[in-house]
Design a protein around this ligand. Sequence first.
Ligand code: COA
Length: 278
Amino acid sequence: MYDFETAPYLRYNVLKEGSTLMNVSYEVRDHIAVITINRPEALNALNLDVLKELAQTVDKVEADDSVYVLVVTGAGKAFVAGADIAQMKDMSAAEAKAFGDFGNSVFFKIESISKPVIAAVNGYALGGGCELCMACDIRIAGTKAKFGQPETGLGITPGFGGTQRLPRIVGASKAKELILTAETISADEAHRIGLVSKVVPDEELMAVALDMANKIAKNAQIAVRQSKDAINRGMQCDILTGVSYEAQAFAVCFATEDQKDAMTAFVNKSKLTQFKNK
Ligand code: COA
């Protein structure tokens, strides 16, 4: 797990609570939070300010008990067209290292918050944009979405986790093909290789993402969060260690009212309409 206490990104002094969001919009309704990366004039490219605001907003999501699920999307024709090339152009190696550490820390934050995160990929998801959606738990794409890691064509490697998450999602051969050729792929191809779980018409993308978020929000949140955590931990270790995490998660659920209520309702041939999330 990333050590947030000593992470170098702290040097960047993440925005304080209450500061104005300029590049990210944030909305919460019916237990679902939506973060929209909102810098359409630069196709939502991730500069330092966007990353800081994203980190601050994700902290807000985690701290707000009324939020059960987060949806991340982009304003305009891009999800995110990458890290900001204009900002990176003159970076020294040391600055690039700090920028990469910072981006990675933000994406680890997204990956490791207790609540599920759905990426609604509405357009270009290139470089840091592809890496951002890979840090989310579930990816849904609109038909116009495009995916790729173009970094080797810019003289760099992926820097926000692409070399690590892409092979874990699509396998090493396909990940190497995409990263080494720097080619962009369509939403359908991303679906075929397992990078996204579904492709839907662009105009239905948010409705489908919110519908999925609602389905998750209706389930027992302790079980949902324990499941996310067990899957995440299991992806980083051997299967015996992984199933021991699962056994712990399973046990945690048996100490909840939700488990007792739902199973009692089932054996009584009725259905629980709402979980207490206790
Ligand atoms: N960083 C900084 N600015 C970016 C950007 C990025 N990653 N991606 C797009 N922009 C900016 C462009 O510079 C342009 O700004 P301008 O209007 O001030 O000139 C604006 O966003 C619109 O982009 P544009 O290239 O004109 O749009 P397009 O529809 O012709 O092309 C892309 C779209 C996504 C194919 C093209 O913008 C692109 O290749 N972007 C870079 C993708 C990339 O390599 N990402 C990985 C970075 S490591």
